[in-house]
Design a protein around this ligand. Structure first.
Ligand code: LMR
Length: 329
């Protein structure tokens, strides 16, 4: 008799535990970023959400907060470290306080193309940079592309002297500040969310960004000229709060790691097309003249800005700069 009762109790207990486990709330992963959804990063965040919730139903719920709607520049990294958000994908220009070698991606005219950036990122040096902030509880999960940086103002920028005296919005990056000082312009650090209004009100006269960021924020509507300079790159590192990520149940973390690899491939395959479409939309809008530099003019910008490399060689490392140059082929 006793055995039967014990068996019945054990069975009842196993059912109730199983139902409790099944009923356990999904793990909520908050993914915050500062750009619009119709951009490489915006699409990447949405794809990550889609795949994570499809492959881990009931176990994971991803909340995406685009356009600085949860945390903007200057707040998002603090929020990640406090655990108020779990995933970010900041521009590589926004890591100078956490790992100075990541400033390599800001050096003007270092990378000849996005393909060269990709070769460097996928090589040993790029992969090591993903791990370079773990002591600060920041885990690099992947690189996502956006595109090459263009420059703009309300006067044509054809030669470095055209930028003289203008106030240019830059990301929170010393390298980018020095880049514009090198052409005797006045850089102004400003969060991405403030760029349109800063240009509209004249707080700044010009800026730099990728075609997709210009178009998705309608920045071209307040800039009469965009020069296709390809003088730098805006790419992203997808980062997690390291303690949060390593604390996930191993089966869930392994699946999310697989999804992160898939999403990076998809984002990087799409980035060039999204920027081509954005450039075409801007050209069709008629608000902005797109200036193409002659080889001589582009060489003048390169000659004026390249001395910035030397200024940051100690922080970044001469070997890393050589490795990046070698990725140009
Ligand atoms: C910027 O601040 O201009 C960029 O970092 C925005 C972005 O994340 O693409």
């Amino acid at each position: 008799m006793f055995k039967k009762t014990a068996k019945a109790l054990a069975y009842a207990l196993s059912i109730s535990v199983a139902s409790f486990v099944q009923a356990a709330d999904p793990i909520v992963i908050k993914f915050s970023h500062v750009v619009a959804e119709n951009t490489p990063k915006g699409q990447g965040a949405l794809l990550f959400k889609k795949l994570a919730e499809e492959r881990l139903p009931g176990k994971v719920s991803v909340e995406v907060y685009p356009n600085s709607s949860l945390f903007g520049d200057g707040k998002e990294m603090e929020a990640l470290l406090l655990g108020d958000v779990h995933l970010l994908a900041p521009s590589l220009a926004k890591f100078e306080h956490y790992a100075k070698p990541i400033q390599i991606f800001d050096l003007p005219f270092l990378f000849d193309s996005l393909e060269a950036v990709d070769r460097f990122q996928q090589g040993p040096h790029g992969q090591a940079l993903l791990k370079s902030m773990e002591s600060k509880n920041i885990l690099g999960l992947a690189y996502w592309h956006n595109g090459m940086r263009q420059m703009s103002a309300n006067k044509p920028l054809r030669e470095p002297k055209d930028a003289r005296g203008l106030k240019f919005r830059v990301q929170a990056s010393q390298v980018l500040e020095e880049q514009f000082k090198a052409v005797r312009a006045n850089p102004r650090k400003m969060s991405f969310a403030e760029v349109y209004q800063g240009l509209q009100t004249g707080v700044v006269n010009g800026t730099e960004n990728t075609w997709s960021n210009y178009e998705s924020q309608k920045v071209h509507e307040v800039q009469k000229y965009i020069t296709e300079s390809d003088h730098g790159v805006i790419d992203y590192m997808v980062i997690a709060n390291a303690k949060f990520w390593s604390g996930l149940p191993s089966d869930i973390r392994q699946e999310l790691d697989r999804i992160m690899v898939e999403v990076a491939v998809a984002v990087n395959e799409q980035a060039a097309a999204l920027n081509r479409e954005a450039k075409a939309t801007i050209a069709a809008a008629g608000t902005t003249e797109i200036i193409t530099l002659t080889p001589q003019q582009r060489a003048q910008w390169r000659e004026a800005m390249q001395p910035v490399w030397k200024k940051f060689e100690n922080d970044i490392g001469a070997d890393l700069i050589k490795a990046a140059e070698a990725s140009n082929r």
